[in-house]
Write a protein that binds this ligand. Structure first.
Ligand code: SF4
Length: 483
């Protein structure tokens, strides 16, 4: 931990720790611009905004202005260490075992698996395409998870965003270019993506596209995760409307909504309470049942009452309420390959996914994301094995790829057990209380079914009934770690 605000500037193998008092308080776009001016015009910057400086639990890391490592509060950690940013400029090269074969394969994969008709949605509409689909399926969190369809969806669905789209952007060398750039009034910027639209839009009862874009921009600049922000603001609206505590926030009321991000990031006014996060806020006002979180991480944009498999995806996720580890809703709602209101075969789906249709499971996501491959690149274990063969110039089988993924997942579980991360479960409401109306009305998993299938998940994983990996499983994976 530094004794004063600091930035780390790295040029090739020279590392400097520079005082950063002049940067403290800057928004994420400001600090990036300042470091390009003061350090190197071509540097890449990872930074925190004011939310990280105030150690907000869901403060995120920001890079390339609009890109965030959103979930889990890494920005809080950097803020605690008084580290405002890391700027890097490298001029070296990355050694690749067989560079020609590697590049030839990358090009082939781009045309055969990445820039395909199946993936065109990402370029043409991006993740806002999910908004109408999820609302029609009754799974979009609405007004603090009290409904699964949003009556104001036309204001914030993909059709609405198409009308204000300015252009597309792409990450370095990506042929898809899914990053949609929008403009409404004086708000101009990339996104919002589906999760932001769901949590900061429908979950707050906001169907005004300009207000939603402004809220998203504020969160981006302040450096705070939009899923948790929308979840907490929606909860405060619910507490107000139920007469439990008046935060001056109401579903669909834009004025208070747009003031909330600044107040939360600076922990002032109502922001001091909201900065407790969903669990802390609901507990403080005596209603823990209103907090929609798992392992103290606010849930993303899919209600398991309309997609039962998401219950296990959330409960068993290593970092809590997260949709990026596995995506059973892909088969439950998007492809319709599996019934959404049944737990049958879902433990298997959660672990192994449906890679052929682009929906990954926990094992495969573990290796795919460790390789920093984009979620939208629908590659298979076989293709990853091929790339690794060229990168390291050695034999590499598809089975080895699968086993590495499984090993990563098991190591994550061991880490959580050692650190005392709480058991796998879900908010009571999502298991017990069916919706009264809408496409998923009357459907609920129930505790018996949930527990039965969670036990089946543990069994498939080779874990005991408490979710602890067995000695045999660890030996099979070559993991020599004992708790
Ligand atoms: S790498 Fe992924 S996020 Fe970036 S433009 Fe391509 S598809 Fe979109």
């Amino acid at each position: 931990e530094a004794s004063e605000p600091t930035v780390v500037c790295i040029k090739d193998d020279v590392v400097e720790f520079r005082p950063a008092q002049q940067y403290w308080g800057m928004h994420t776009s400001q600090i990036e611009a300042a470091l390009r001016e003061d350090f190197d015009p071509d540097c890449k910057v990872i930074s925190i905004g004011p939310a990280g400086e105030h150690e907000l639990p869901w403060a995120c890391l920001s890079t390339d202005q609009y890109h965030k490592a959103g979930r889990g509060g890494h920005g809080c950690l950097m803020g605690h260490k008084k580290l405002k940013a890391i700027a890097v400029r490298g001029t070296g090269r990355v050694e690749v075992g067989d560079a020609r074969a590697f590049l030839a394969d990358m090009r082939r994969m781009h045309s055969e698996y990445i820039l395909t008709d199946d993936n065109l949605w990402a370029n043409e509409e991006g993740t806002p395409i999910l908004v109408q689909l999820m609302s029609d399926a009754g799974v979009i969190p609405t007004r603090n998870w009290s409904q699964g369809s949003f009556d104001g969806v036309q204001g914030i669905n993909s059709e609405a965003f198409q009308k204000v789209r300015v252009r597309n952007r792409a990450c370095y060398q990506c042929a898809i270019g899914c990053r949609q750039f929008h403009e409404v009034g004086d708000v101009r910027g990339e996104g919002p993506e589906y999760e932001t639209i769901a949590l900061c839009g429908a979950n707050c009862g906001v169907g005004d596209i300009g207000a939603l874009m402004k809220f998203n921009q504020l969160c981006d600049e302040l450096g705070m995760d939009t899923i948790s922000s929308g979840s907490v603001v929606g909860l405060a609206m619910d507490l107000t409307e139920k007469g439990i505590h008046d935060f001056g926030l109401h579903f669909g009321d834009i004025e208070g909504y747009l003031k909330a991000p600044e107040l939360i990031a600076s922990r002032t006014g109502i922001g001091a309470d909201l900065a407790l996060g969903a669990r802390g806020l609901a507990a403080k006002y005596g209603h823990p049942e209103l907090a929609m979180e798992v392992k103290n991480l606010e849930l993303p944009g899919y209600d398991p009452r309309g997609a039962f498999g998401m219950s296990l995806a959330y409960s068993t996720s290593d970092r809590g309420g997260c949709h990026m580890r596995t995506y059973p809703i892909g088969d439950e709602v998007l492809s319709g390959n599996m019934p959404a209101d049944s737990m049958e075969k879902k433990p298997w789906m959660v672990i192994f996914g449906d890679v052929a249709n682009g929906f990954i499971g926990q094992n495969f996501s573990s290796i795919k994301f460790s390789l920093i491959l984009c979620d939208f690149w629908a590659v298979t274990p076989e293709q990853i094995a091929q790339l690794l063969r060229h990168a390291w110039k050695r034999e590499f089988s598809e089975d080895e790829v699968r086993q590495i993924g499984e090993r990563i997942w098991n190591l994550g579980r061991l880490f959580n057990l050692r650190e005392g991360v709480e058991p796998d479960t879900l908010p009571r409401k999502l298991v017990e209380e069916p919706f009264k109306e809408g496409p998923s009305a009357g459907k609920v998993i129930g505790w018996d079914e949930f527990q039965r299938y969670q036990q089946e998940y543990y069994k498939l994983r080779g874990w005991d009934e408490k979710g602890v990996p067995s000695e045999a499983k660890l030996a099979e994976l070559g993991v020599d770690v004992r708790l």
